[in-house]
Design a protein around this ligand. Structure first.
Ligand SMILES: [Zn+2]
Length: 390
């Protein structure tokens, strides 16, 4: 009997065991499935955190006649595990009493959304991008004691998920040095430091900038100045030769009193349509190669004037000389990173690549506005200005 029963019992036990195994398997499979779904969900929904910082640390207001200009940028870091796109940037300016003065934004609204003016605004997980500050110019009557910029970001094609704010406290900068323009006669500020100027658009996150160690923008307030003819044209004929340019060989003057810290004139001038001697890889070993030949003046108050692209062999001063404002120092050439004869001028905080640019206030020049000529006692100058200095 036991011989008959035993196999039955065994069969029954086996069936129970296999049913049990199937149930466990189904349960485990279901748990794994839900765990994956939940993990994917949390993974997709974990937007950010995001961190925004302003660059440089010290932010200046350049007080012009018609507007106040801010010249700083943002580093936006996506610290999360999924790509994020910047959808909206809003600024609120506050006065010294902490009351809001002005609010502005750019966002994704409309057929050609204003946020599209910010290039490369999708940030990969763990990456950082540089955003050129889209709110940089304010009326002269707006008190800019404190500004808060709010960035809203989302996972592309999903709802807004992350935001980050940064607050800055800019202050008006007035040059400590009594400065004059470095050339005489009529001149065009070919490219300065307005929002579109190439000096301003140094993307420190660009791979080449990283490779060259350009962590700050020492050119932030630079000016490319072209001496011109009476009609403010920078060259005669076609401009195909260095000699066609009114800048070529024009005398350069010390912008302010100080001591000559650097005076170099051994670099060859580039030839329009011919050889260009500037090699960007040279900057890595010797950053000043960017300017070619140059004169660097220490004004003795934390301000330094740099005159770049000086003509080969044209120095009137040497290192250690004490110079006074308006003293002849060199001639304009086209050395270093230059495509045509002009002078690159910058006021800066130091001599190294770590230096930042400073807004320059020049004294005693004429501003030509078509038929109108305005005498300026002291003021800033920027891209497109047609000026005259005597
Ligand atoms: Zn320049």
């Amino acid at each position: 009997m036991s011989g008959r029963v035993e196999p039955m019992t065994t069969t029954h036990t086996r069936r129970t065991k296999s049913l049990f195994a199937v149930a466990i398997f189904a349960l485990v499979a279901a748990l794994i499935h839900f765990a994956i779904v939940a993990w994917q969900r949390t993974r997709l929904k974990t937007a950010g955190p995001v961190r925004v910082t302003a660059q440089p640390q010290q932010i200046w207001i350049e007080a012009g006649n018609a507007a106040q200009s801010l010249n700083f940028d943002f580093l936006v870091a996506n610290k999360g595990n999924t790509p994020l796109a910047i959808d909206r940037i809003e600024v609120i300016a506050y006065d010294a009493a902490d009351k809001p003065v002005l609010r502005r934004f750019i966002d994704s609204n409309g057929f050609a959304p204003s946020i599209d003016t910010v290039p490369g605004r999708t940030i990969a997980a763990g990456a950082q991008v540089l955003v050129f500050n889209p709110f940089h110019t304010f009326g002269p009557d707006i008190e800019l004691h404190r500004l808060t910029y709010k960035f809203s970001l989302s996972i592309p094609q999903e709802e807004p998920e992350a935001s980050a704010t940064v607050t800055v406290e800019p202050r008006v900068y007035r040059s400590k040095t009594a400065l004059s323009l470095p050339v005489r006669g009529k001149m065009l500020i070919h490219d300065g430091h307005d929002f579109y100027a190439h000096h301003r658009r140094l993307n420190t996150e660009h791979p080449v900038a990283k490779e060259l160690g350009l962590g700050q923008n020492f050119m932030r307030y630079s000016l490319d100045i072209n001496p011109t003819d009476e009609q403010f044209e920078p060259f005669a004929n076609t401009g195909a030769k260095n000699q066609d340019w009114y800048a070529w060989g024009k005398e350069l003057y010390a912008t302010g009193d100080g001591i000559v810290l650097g005076a170099v004139a051994a670099e060859p001038d580039n030839i329009i349509g011919g050889e260009n001697f500037f090699k960007s890889e040279d900057i890595k070993a010797s950053p000043m190669k960017f300017y070619g030949n140059y004169v660097l003046i220490d004004h003795g108050n934390g301000e330094y004037s740099l005159l770049g692209h000086v003509q080969k062999g044209s120095l009137f001063v040497k290192v250690g000389d004490r110079v006074t404002r308006g003293q002849k120092v060199a001639k304009i050439g086209s050395s270093g990173s230059s495509n045509n004869p002009h002078v690159h001028y910058e006021l800066r905080t130091g001599t190294e690549l770590k230096a930042e640019g400073l807004p320059a206030t020049f004294q005693g020049f004429l501003r030509h506005l078509g038929a109108k000529v305005v005498a300026v006692e002291a003021g800033s100058v920027d891209t497109g200005d047609m000026l005259e200095s005597r």
